[in-house]
Design a protein around this ligand. Structure first.
Ligand SMILES: Nc1ncnc2c1ncn2[C@@H]1O[C@H](COP(=O)(O)OP(=O)(O)OP(=O)(O)O)[C@@H](O)[C@H]1O
Length: 246
């Protein structure tokens, strides 16, 4: 697995968003991209995923396949949850019976019941739809998963469960996850590594390994880590004027 961003630069309507960015990702690691609103997290993820062609630089991709999870589920409304989860497999020509088995297994992993698989997206709750979106991404056995604030709209209990699931799946299956979030607590829970972006400086202000193992950090540890980060200059742009996390 190889994913490397080399000297990436991008601008919208003549306004530079990202400049001279170099990053490399390893198999099995979860990298959190954090930074204030508008600093270019989504743009950088979309460039890495090939959804946006950068104005400058190159993306080196040497892996079989990747999957993307967006902030909203983006399920196809005319397909059942089962067929949504199996969609990538159907596109890849996986036989029907095999893809139904994989879809059922991936659905179970994210806590969807067998009964839910025959339902259409309109019949599922928002949290269930997002579970299906994660199951769909992992169903194709990706080498890289791009996630753009995937859990920001789900309730706190489900968010915790999905974070743990992602961390365990990445460790077990060896995929690399590039995770966009503006929530330092979330990054502290699930990332191996942190990339901190700045809106003012249009680039990376900090790169660091997160101590401990993703998914195995307890509440106290995460709280103390975020408190320590919050006092650092590298995270200043993530704090609002009152010194609270945004
Ligand atoms: N298609 C577009 N056309 C014009 N400007 C854009 C486009 N996409 C993004 N931008 C601008 O580029 C900048 C970076 O946007 P981006 O969505 O990458 O930031 P972000 O860090 O992900 O923000 P947020 O945390 O609010 O989602 C913003 O100023 C945004 O307005």
């Amino acid at each position: 697995m190889k994913l490397r961003l080399e000297n990436i630069g991008h601008a919208f309507l003549g306004r530079t968003v990202i400049e001279g960015m170099n990053l490399a990702f390893a198999a099995g690691e979860i990298v959190a991209l954090v930074g204030p609103s508008g600093c270019g997290k989504t743009t950088l993820m979309q460039i890495a995923a090939g959804l946006v062609v950068p104005l400058r630089g190159r993306v080196h991709r040497a892996y079989r396949r990747h999957a993307i999870v967006f902030q909203e589920p983006r399920l196809l409304p005319w397909l059942t949850a089962r067929d949504n989860i199996a969609y990538g497999l159907a596109c890849a020509g996986t036989p029907r019976r095999h893809r139904r088995e994989i879809a059922a297994a991936r659905a179970r992993e994210v806590g969807l019941e067998a009964d839910d698989l025959g339902k259409f997206p309109a019949e599922l709750s928002g949290g269930m739809r997002q579970r299906a979106a994660v199951a769909r991404a992992l169903a194709v056995a990706p080498d890289v998963v791009f996630l753009d604030e995937p859990f920001s709209a789900v309730d706190v209990g489900l968010r915790r469960m999905m974070q743990d699931h992602l961390a365990q799946a990445a460790a077990r299956e060896g995929f690399c996850a590039l995770f966009v979030t503006h929530d330092l607590g979330e990054a502290a829970r699930i990332a191996d590594r942190l990339v901190v972006l700045s809106a003012r400086r249009r680039g990376i202000v900090d790169l660091r390994a997160v101590p401990g193992r993703p998914g195995a950090r307890d509440e106290r540890f995460v709280f103390d880590l975020v408190a320590a980060w919050s006092r650092e200059e590298a995270f200043a742009e993530l704090l609002d004027g009152a010194g609270r996390l945004q």
